[in-house]
Design a protein around this ligand. Structure first.
Ligand code: DC
Length: 223
């Protein structure tokens, strides 16, 4: 039996995870957040003082780290060496470490294998940077979801505000631009739109509008 694979790639803050999660729920698919896996690895490197430029140290650590995912009430849990780290990986520090450490081939090889295995046994909505280009090149539907860096910074700033966390919008935007540059210009499996991916700019669209567009694309593919 073959399963439907929906790939959503795009830069940081484009709304991929919110949208992918809701689409998965609507379609009864499993949502696979690949960024969370890179974040779990990043947490391990931070905890063990392994620098993202220390490729030997990273490679050695990859042999020791066990990253798996489990689902509880429909939510993806990332398990790092037996510990559920979901509550610890959403910080800017971990996000930046995930972006810098994920340039290492040893990190990518390890996680790509896990992602491909998941997509073989379930209908999935998988989001990340290299899903349509590298992880699932034969995905049934590929979306490249983006928004201007200004809009993405604004959304992040509003999210932090709602949690009572003070932040500077310009600093957030600079951080986003730096992260885009790293993710798009790394040597191995960089972020780019797959040739057969559908480009969606969410700058002027609501979450519901983006979801509506993707669902109708899905219905067309699945006719
Ligand atoms: O989507 P996110 O912000 O949680 O991802 C964190 C970092 O992980 C991102 O900046 C780059 C890396 N990443 C990756 O290289 N490939 C993926 N498929 C997903 C994330």
């Amino acid at each position: 039996m073959s399963y439907f694979n929906l790939a959503i790639d795009g830069p940081a803050g484009a709304g991929k995870s919110t949208i992918a999660k809701r689409i998965a729920k609507k379609l009864g698919f499993v949502y696979v957040d690949t960024g969370a896996m890179y974040r779990a690895m990043a947490l391990y490197f931070l905890r063990n003082n392994i620098s993202s430029s220390d490729s030997e140290g990273i490679e050695k650590a990859c042999g020791k780290v066990d990253v798996t995912i489990e689902y509880k009430n429909g939510e993806q849990l990332v398990i790092l060496n037996g510990e559920n780290v979901n509550g610890l990986i959403r910080t800017e520090e971990v996000g930046n470490m995930a972006s810098t450490s994920s340039v290492n081939k040893s990190v990518r090889n390890k996680l790509v294998e896990l992602q491909q295995t998941l997509a073989k046994k379930e209908n999935v909505v998988m989001d990340g940077r290299d899903i349509g280009t590298f992880v699932l090149p034969n995905a049934d539907l590929k979306i490249y979801l983006t928004a201007s860096s200004h809009v993405r910074a604004r959304r992040r700033w509003l999210e932090l505000q709602s949690k009572g966390i003070a932040a500077d919008q310009e600093e957030i935007e600079q951080d986003i631009i730096d992260r885009d540059n790293r993710d798009m210009n790394r040597e191995f499996a960089p972020l780019r739109q797959a040739e057969d991916a559908i480009y969606l700019d969410s700058s002027d669209l609501s979450i519901d509008e983006v979801i509506g567009k993707i669902i109708s694309l899905y219905e067309n593919v699945n006719k």
